[in-house]
Design a protein around this ligand. Structure first.
Ligand code: SF4
Length: 169
């Protein structure tokens, strides 16, 4: 899933990975919405641009199980996830690196020489859309997300809102 507001570096990295792994499919919501909606209602903006296309992906690909990179130490909103859970009936979520710390992620990536988004070289630790992402330096990796809003350090909704509700079975 991507949005119209992703940084240029993220878009370029995504295109490289899709070219390398052509089985990847990217979902996006191109429907119009008020200009700079993220400034006055980031929850609605995230719902439109992130949650809706994630629901669409689950529906179109008929997904019953998905694997995520959620980790408990990323921030205040990620402390109560389980490694295997079914918050959404009919949609199992596997979180295999849930207990990893940030350092362990970088160790794994270095050992296995995994390509990463070049924005990490600039000091970013949690990447989202350009208007809603800053560099964080404290213990909370996600503290740079939605800075200055009630959503600061929070969630876009794809891990907290029902994704299968209303979908045909
Ligand atoms: S992260 Fe910001 S720009 Fe991106 S969808 Fe959410 S509110 Fe909109």
């Amino acid at each position: 899933m991507t949005t119209r507001y992703k940084p240029a570096e993220t878009v370029a990295f995504m295109r490289e990975q899709v070219a390398r792994y052509p089985e990847l499919e990217v979902f996006n919501n191109n429907l119009s919405q008020p200009e700079k909606l993220y400034l006055r209602d980031p929850d609605l903006c995230c719902n439109n641009l992130k949650v809706v296309p994630t629901k669409q992906a689950i529906e179109e690909m008929d997904v019953d199980c998905w694997v995520t990179g959620l980790r408990c130490t990323e921030g205040r909103t990620r402390t109560d996830f389980q490694e295997i859970e079914e918050r959404d009936v009919g949609l199992i979520k596997l979180n295999p690196i849930l207990l990893w710390h940030e350092r362990e992620v970088w160790q794994y990536l270095a050992i296995h020489q995994v390509a990463v988004n070049p924005l990490y070289e600039q000091g970013y630790r949690s990447l989202g859309c350009a208007p809603c992402t800053s560099i964080s330096t404290g213990p909370d990796e996600r503290a740079g997300r939605w800075v200055g809003t009630s959503k600061c350090g929070g969630e876009c909704g794809i891990h907290t809102r029902p994704l299968k509700v209303g979908l045909p079975r």
